[in-house]
Design a protein around this ligand. Sequence first.
Ligand code: SF4
Ligand code: SF4
Length: 372
Amino acid sequence: MSKVYFASARIKKWKYADSMPGKLENLLREINLLRYFEKDEWVAVKTHLGSEGAHRIVRPVFLRKVIDALKGAGAKPFITDTVRIKGLDYLEVANHNGINHLSVGSPVVLADGLYGNDNIMVKAGEILGEIAVSSLIHDVPAMVVCSHVKGHIQAGYGGAIKNVAMGGVSSSHRHCGWKCGRGAMHTIGEGKLMWDAEKCELCLQCVEICPLEAIKFEGEIFGYSENGCWRCGRCTRVCPGVALTLPGDDERFMKALAEAAKAVLGTFRPNKIIYINFLTEIQPECDCMPSADVPVIQDQGILISDDIVAVEQATIDILLKAKPLPQSAMDGLKIEDAADILFHLSQKPYKLQIEEAERLGLGSKDYELIEI
Ligand code: SF4
Ligand code: SF4
């Protein structure tokens, strides 16, 4: 049975040891980093750097604690993520969100280069075939996966599996393009965007959010560059009238996430990765959206484990006991206090991510929760 260490967000004493940063230090001591990382070993601290308006990410103060603990264990850590928007702009977003060398105490580097196409094709599975894993994550010997837990309009739930799967894979490959990258998870077939003129409100949010300027309206007529599009799906997610859609299938998507996670994790030797899930500022949508809504669930705490399935299952079990927050996206939803909040938000079968990850041998849903 896998061990999952947990520190609650509630404080009982007004002292540093009872603070969230203080508890994270304790968790990192408890799991004993020396069991995973060697002296002078390069360790990627994989997180999501957010977007210009999405400030609810893993806060720099927590990343600093992770970096300091790794340095204390003799390792050489750095912060990384794959390119979500143009690479230079993404580094600037990280800086805006307070993640830079000065604040976190280590370099902040892009895992798949400034153009997001520095990657290596890795065998994935029945759904994806092969997938473009960022070369840095492919090559680095060890990793700490720091995931901000939240809802997600397509995945239903975003935690460690999604962070590794979407975040370890590039948007595009230099030869086979989006079909070898994240787009292979987001859509199927040719993955062409479909536009419904009847439903379009001409709000132009799709134009604003596209990281590649692939969408252009000629008057009231939608047009986009099919070849230039990464199939990231952001335009579909901001579209208020569901006028824009990408062909897809929920079950396939959840299973593809697990498959991509397996491809990424398979590039590491055993016992070289730990997972930290931050159940903080749990908002309804992805950290790559242009804004972050108020949390729908109160801060719960931090979980740490060396088993990705166990840490995800423990996260879900805690969220299933949480109550919806008032004055949030939960307003107007008629659910009981203890109901499945994330499912009610998205109506997506998100637990499939975890079930499939277990089926693929990435870990176990059976865990022992150790609260410190
Ligand atoms: S899916 Fe939409 S937002 Fe993403 S690259 Fe294509 S057009 Fe742009
Ligand atoms: S976001 Fe949707 S509704 Fe708004 S302009 Fe684009 S297609 Fe039309």
